[in-house]
Design a protein around this ligand. Structure first.
Ligand SMILES: Nc1nc2c(c(=O)[nH]1)N[C@H]1C(S)=C(S)[C@@H](COP(=O)(O)O)O[C@H]1N2
Ligand SMILES: [Mo]
Length: 352
């Protein structure tokens, strides 16, 4: 009997658990839960009990405590989309930056099912003073830079909270959301980096001012300078990006035909073009896009048939463009905390 050969997650940290998906070995649209990347700031929460209640309070007309069953009975929606950690590819910034040294596997795609948050908010009624919606999670712990314990919590501006595709989700890939990914309820914010998609939602508070929690005010901002906070801007939309899944860097290939293939995604519009260079960016060729391009949020598969007849070393690159005219830069915009890396993806191979 032949042994089964399967990929595994790549461990970055065990406590809290932070692991990368084996993205080069997943040709599927949906990432199975076994391979879904995991990113946590704190130890896993313990309070997500059987009887689950979700209060929505604050600047609302009729505060309601929803039961899980109430939410699951409401009209729902399915959305196929990638969650990408804003620190994905942080390891590739030059100069290097502190923080989890993610390579290219802090991204996974799932089919999420849930209720549009706007439908819950419509039931309780927003006051005119409503400016932001805060999502508080069950997990908590200490931070190096501040005194005391903090729950993971972030807000959305009211327009994003009311977007018809911002979901309170309860299923991933046709099953209840796995505990590690936020069971029983998680926020899903399409097109934004995944820090916005709060797991283990405990309470939702509508507020009339800007939320200032540390995961909003300190982390998840682009700081363009090393020694000053000048130019600080919040991390939000996913930058247009792509990766070459195969061949992998430093492969030795034979003379002949090879398929260069990968995925591309964006948080602004849809992917309209992926170009491939096999000469280090001198010349570019259009890749063939997979069917997924018609979907609004999901990643797009692409491939390029490469015929190579001379031996030597080659720099193969992929560069995606979206319908907002955004295109991957040769060099990602450096920022002190290492968010939003989206440089042209490069692999080096040798043809023998
Ligand atoms: N409650 C809670 N939600 C959270 C986080 C967290 O630590 N706690 N991490 C965020 C970040 S930074 C990312 S990248 C995603 C990771 O989701 P996953 O572990 O399901 O892949 O969850 C987001 N939601
Ligand atoms: Mo993240």
């Amino acid at each position: 009997m032949k042994p089964t050969i399967i990929p595994f997650l790549t461990t970055r940290k065990l406590n809290p658990e932070n692991q990368e998906t084996p993205i080069h070995f997943l040709p599927q649209t949906i990432t199975l839960k076994e391979y879904f990347f995991i990113r946590n700031h704190f130890e896993y929460p313990t309070q997500t009990q059987e009887a689950y209640f979700l209060p929505i309070v604050g600047e609302v007309i009729r505060p309601i405590i929803f039961k899980l069953e109430d939410i699951m009975r409401m009209p729902s929606k399915h959305l196929m989309l990638p969650l990408e950690c804003s620190g994905n590819n942080r390891a590739f910034f030059h100069p290097k930056v502190y923080g989890e040294q993610w390579e290219d596997g802090a991204i996974s795609q799932g089919l999420w099912k849930g209720v549009p948050l706007k439908d819950l908010l419509a039931l309780i009624g927003l006051k005119r003073t409503a400016l932001e919606v805060v999502f508080e999670a069950y997990d908590y712990g200490k931070r190096m830079d501040l005194e005391g314990d903090f729950h993971f919590a972030r807000s959305l501006p009211i327009q994003k909270a009311l977007h018809p595709d911002t979901l309170i989700a309860y299923e991933l890939n046709g099953k209840p959301i796995p505990f590690k990914h936020g069971y029983p309820l998680r926020l899903i914010v399409p097109q934004w980096y995944a820090m916005a998609s709060i797991k283990w939602v405990k309470r939702i508070v509508v507020i009339d001012h800007l939320f200032k929690g540390p995961f909003q005010e300190i982390d998840y901002n682009y700081y363009p300078y090393k020694d000053s906070d000048k130019g600080k801007t919040p991390v939000a939309q996913i930058n247009v990006s792509s990766i070459i899944q195969q061949p992998q860097s430093y492969s030795i290939l034979d003379n002949g035909k090879h398929v260069v293939e990968g995925i591309a995604w964006t948080g602004t519009g849809v992917i309209i073009e992926v170009e491939v260079s096999t000469d280090g960016g001198e010349s570019w060729h259009k890749a063939i896009l997979g069917q997924e391009q018609s979907h609004l949020y999901s990643w797009t598969f692409w491939k390029y048939d490469w015929k190579v007849s001379s031996k030597g070393e080659y720099l193969i690159m992929s560069r995606a463009r979206d319908s907002f005219g955004n295109i991957q830069p040769f060099k990602a915009k450096w920022n002190r905390k290492g968010y939003g890396y989206n440089a042209v993806y490069t692999v080096k191979v040798k043809v023998e």
